[in-house]
Design a protein. Structure first.
Ligand SMILES: Cc1cc2nc3c(=O)[nH]c(=O)nc-3n(C[C@H](O)[C@H](O)[C@H](O)COP(=O)(O)O)c2cc1C
Length: 194
C-alpha cells in the first residue's frame, strides 16, 4: 500500500533505519535505567529531536526547549542534582517549557501537556531505534527545578519538566502488557459500568 503521508521537508528518512512500527514501539517501551558506555550517534539525536517536535501542542504554540547533554561533566552535575536522575547514561535530553511561548492566563499550564507529548514521542522514538530511556520528572518539584535551572543557567521562564536519560540498554528490556479492563469505561453502551 502506498502511504498517504509524505516525509516532511528537511527530514531524511534514509539516514538510519526505522527499526519498528509505532504499535511495536508503544508495546515494547519500558523505562531503562542502566546503560552501556556506547554513545548515541548524532544521527539518532537528530531523529529524536525531530520526533519530539512532531508532537501536538495547544494552538501549536510549541512552548518547548530541548537541552541536549553529551558532556560528561554536565551530565554528572545533573545526576548529582537529585534523586530523580541517578542514572548514568551517555546522553540526556532535558525537556523544558518556555512560558513566554505558552498560552496566556489560565491556559498557561498547557505547556506541561505539550512538553509531555514531546517526551513520549522521544521515548517511542528511542524504542524504535533500539535504544533505551527513562523519563525522570523534575517540575513541579521546585528544588529540582531550581537546581537544573542553575546547572544550565536558565532564566526563570524556562521550566525543566523532565530529564530523559538515553543510551544503549544494559541487559534485556522485557516488554509487558499493562492493559486493565477496570480502567476502561464504554460510555452509553448497554451493561456499561461507569
Ligand atoms: C512524570 C513521570 C515522572 C517519572 N519520574 C521518574 C524518576 O524520577 N525516576 C525514575 O527512575 N523513573 C521515573 N519515571 C518512570 C516511571 O517510574 C515508569 O514509567 C513506571 O514505573 C512504569 O514503568 P515503565 O516505564 O517501564 O512502563 C517517571 C515517569 C513519569 C511519566
Amino acid at each position: 500500500m502506498i502511504s498517504p503521508f509524505f516525509m516532511p521537508k528537511g527530514y531524511n528518512k534514509s539516514k538510519g533505519a526505522i527499526h519498528m512500527d509505532v504499535e511495536e514501539a508503544m508495546l515494547k517501551r519500558r523505562s531503562v535505567r542502566q546503560f552501556t558506555e556506547e554513545k548515541v550517534t548524532e544521527q539518532q539525536i537528530d531523529k529524536l529531536l525531530h520526533y519530539a517536535m512532531s508532537g501536538p501542542s495547544g494552538l501549536n504554540r510549541q512552548p518547548w526547549e530541548f537541552y541536549v547533554i553529551k558532556n560528561e561533566e554536565i551530565n554528572n552535575k545533573i545526576i548529582d542534582a537529585g534523586r530523580f536522575s541517578k542514572h548514568h547514561s551517555p546522553l540526556k535530553i532535558i525537556v523544558a517549557g518556555n512560558t513566554h511561548r505558552a498560552l496566556p492566563l489560565k491556559m498557561k499550564q498547557i505547556w506541561i501537556q505539550d512538553c509531555s507529548a514531546a517526551i513520549e514521542n522521544i521515548l517511542l522514538g528511542v524504542t524504535s531505534l533500539s535504544l533505551g530511556a527513562c523519563w525522570e520528572g523534575v517540575y513541579p518539584q521546585e528544588k529540582f527545578v531550581l537546581r537544573i535551572q542553575s546547572i544550565l543557567n536558565l532564566p526563570s521562564h524556562i521550566i525543566p519538566l523532565a530529564v530523559i536519560s538515553i543510551g544503549h540498554p544494559k541487559g534485556e528490556v522485557i516488554p509487558r502488557d499493562q492493559y486493565n479492563s477496570r480502567y476502561v469505561h464504554f460510555v452509553g453502551e448497554e451493561n456499561a459500568i461507569i
